[in-house]
Write a protein that binds this ligand. Structure first.
Ligand SMILES: NC(=O)c1ccc[n+]([C@@H]2O[C@H](COP(=O)([O-])OP(=O)(O)OC[C@H]3O[C@@H](n4cnc5c(N)ncnc54)[C@H](OP(=O)(O)O)[C@@H]3O)[C@@H](O)[C@H]2O)c1
Length: 289
């Protein structure tokens, strides 16, 4: 039975990775705060159970807060990645390290491939890029998996935010139409991570839902799929909503490399949304069902 240590195993992606591993008869080993703090050198980590691989899902993920909490964001996303890689070198463990589309500036105008040069627009993206670089430089047997726009049962996410606003009686939602990505269901990404683990590949790969949409289109799909009536979703521009951190305008991925390695195609974002809504209690509450 494959034993997989999951740093950040209590987070949104980590929890679904636990579910996917258990369903595949693999053994997840959940590692998270307060027991393990990846900002601390791995020599200071408490003794970990034996594992066959490690997946680093731990991160500072509050993109806007990273602009003001710079030291902490860098400590978790760069230094934490360094420490995870150092641990894996010492323990001779293969590592999958999760990164982000926010390493790109979003001006390519076509899906990003692994060979495209990164240029982060915000501080979170910079910390994640430095984390990737640290993992590669460590000499660990590592695969960096970039993903994007995650939503899942176990964490704060865009779908919950929309459903919560509707539940609170909002009839008019304003959502940006000039940020386009591939919203990705964490169960689908977790399944992709397991497939990638089994390939034993190292390097860099893009894994996110197939297709792409703006957050405005995604919000419309949420309303449509839940059958909620009487709610208008209006398009807005990022500059009018004044987020502290700038975001890339188009950051969808080319997932051809993932498919050629695994023989699988990432499910489309619409399929991900339907699967998620089927298990999200807020989707039932929002319609009053
Ligand atoms: N969410 C997205 O839209 C998105 C998009 C692209 C890429 N990603 C990447 O995907 C990965 C998973 O994201 P996610 O959305 O599942 O994140 P998440 O829900 O915020 O989970 C991250 C987990 O890491 C833990 N953590 C934070 N600081 C830590 C530390 N110093 N030591 C140990 N654990 C620590 C968190 O604990 P606390 O909750 O107690 O802080 C949390 O359990 C991350 O690498 C993220 O950068 C996410």
């Amino acid at each position: 039975m494959m034993r997989v240590a999951i740093l950040g195993g209590k987070g949104m992606l980590g929890r679904d990775l636990v579910r996917v591993l258990e369903a595949a008869d693999a053994q997840p080993l959940v590692l998270d705060l307060p027991d393990i703090d990846i900002t601390r050198p791995c020599a200071e980590w408490p003794g970990l159970p034996a594992a066959d691989a490690m997946v680093n899902c731990a991160a500072f993920t509050r993109v806007d807060d990273a602009e003001s909490e710079r030291a902490m964001a860098m400590a978790v996303n760069r230094d934490g990645a360094t420490h995870a890689a150092e641990y894996c070198v010492a323990a001779k463990l293969p590592l999958i390290h999760i990164s982000t589309d926010y390493v790109f500036d979003g001006t390519k105008g076509a899906p990003y491939e692994e060979k495209d040069p990164p240029r982060p627009l915000n501080y979170y993206g910079l910390t994640k890029l430095e984390g990737e670089q640290a993992v590669v430089a460590s000499g660990a047997q590592a695969l960096v998996v970039r993903t994007q726009s995650l939503y899942g049962i176990g964490g704060r996410n865009f779908v919950k935010a929309i459903l919560n606003q509707i539940r609170q009686g909002r009839k008019n939602l304003k959502v940006v139409r000039d940020q386009v990505s591939a919203p990705t269901y964490t169960m689908h990404l977790a399944a992709a991570i397991l497939r990638l683990l089994r390939t034993g590949r190292t390097g860099l790969v893009h894994a996110a839902a197939s297709g792409w949409c703006s957050w405005w289109e995604f919000a419309q799909a949420i309303v449509r799929e839940t059958g909620i009536e009487g709610v208008d979703v209006e398009p807005a521009l990022s500059k009018d909503l004044k987020f502290p951190a700038p975001r890339p305008p188009f950051s969808a991925f080319d997932t051809g490399l993932y498919s050629s390695w695994t023989g699988a195609v990432m499910p489309g974002w619409q399929e991900g949304l339907r699967a998620y809504l089927a298990e999200e209690p807020l989707a039932r509450d929002a319609t009053g069902a």
